[in-house]
Write a protein that binds this ligand. Structure first.
Ligand SMILES: Nc1nc2c(ncn2[C@@H]2O[C@H](COP(=O)(O)OP(=O)(O)OP(=O)(O)O)[C@@H](O)[C@H]2O)c(=O)[nH]1
Ligand SMILES: [Mg+2]
Length: 216
């Protein structure tokens, strides 16, 4: 799916658009698909259809510079976790999601930094932490302070969102691009790795396609 969105900034957009490979991570049912759908097409699917691995594209202006999102939406269900290592190799940045109504999903979110480290051997990976479903305040099990404190540990931006209300969804995705740009402006780490990432990303999409075909 490919969409263009140029609403937020009219003047001064840079002509060339840089692609950002973003991976959604988090336990099953926390709202990764709902957040992705809201971000890409302003729609909220109110049913839970466990994801097999979908990729979405969207162009938008962030801080007056064009960003070409390539979002890989993953699945949280345990039986699929073998694929996680592949995602973690391919992504440039990760949105780690939990549901504020599900403490176990928060505990799972707290494990991702280590899992990413095991695959990438660095903690310098751009991340954003998201506590979703804040429209369900009455069912809250994870406080804002706990989210903030995990984000501090992760050294990353933190957002509480509602995919249902499309609340703070753009902020989370744009926040990740800002994290990637911030890390890129520190010359050391990312430049050398970009070419390698391109071929990894292609391989990853190929295996997901095969997996989908085998399951349908
Ligand atoms: N009230 C409310 N419900 C939400 C929100 N986000 C997602 N949901 C609902 O939660 C359920 C699961 O959402 P999904 O987006 O399918 O969850 P997921 O993380 O993609 O799940 P997997 O693909 O299995 O990993 C669906 O019924 C959604 O409608 C939200 O912000 N608020
Ligand atoms: Mg999903």
């Amino acid at each position: 799916m490919e969409v263009e969105n140029e609403a937020s900034c009219s003047a001064g957009a840079s002509g060339g658009s840089r692609e950002y490979k973003v991976v959604m991570l988090g336990a099953g049912g926390v709202g990764k698909s709902a957040m992705t759908m809201q971000f890409i097409s302003h729609q909220f699917p109110d049913y839970h259809d466990p994801t097999i691995g979908d990729a979405f594209k969207l162009k938008c202006l962030i801080d007056c510079s064009m960003a070409n999102f390539n979002v890989l939406n993953t699945y949280g269900t345990a039986e699929f976790t073998a694929m996680r290592e592949q995602y973690m190799r391919g992504g440039e940045g990760f949105i780690i999601c939990y549901s504020i109504t599900d403490r176990q999903s928060f505990q799972e979110a707290a494990k991702f930094k280590e899992l990413i480290f095991q695959v990438r051997h660095t903690y310098e990976i751009p991340l954003v932490l998201v506590g979703n479903k804040i429209d369900l305040e009455h069912f809250r099990q994870v406080s804002t302070e706990e989210g903030l404190s995990l984000a501090q540990e992760y050294n990353c931006a933190f957002f509480e969102t509602s995919a249902a209300l499309r609340f703070c969804i753009d902020d989370a995705f744009h926040g990740l691009v800002r994290e990637i740009r911030k890390k890129e402006s520190m010359p050391s780490l990312m430049d050398k790795k970009l070419k390698r990432k391109d071929s990894l990303w292609k391989k990853l999409k190929g295996s997901l396609k095969k997996k989908r075909e085998s399951l349908t």
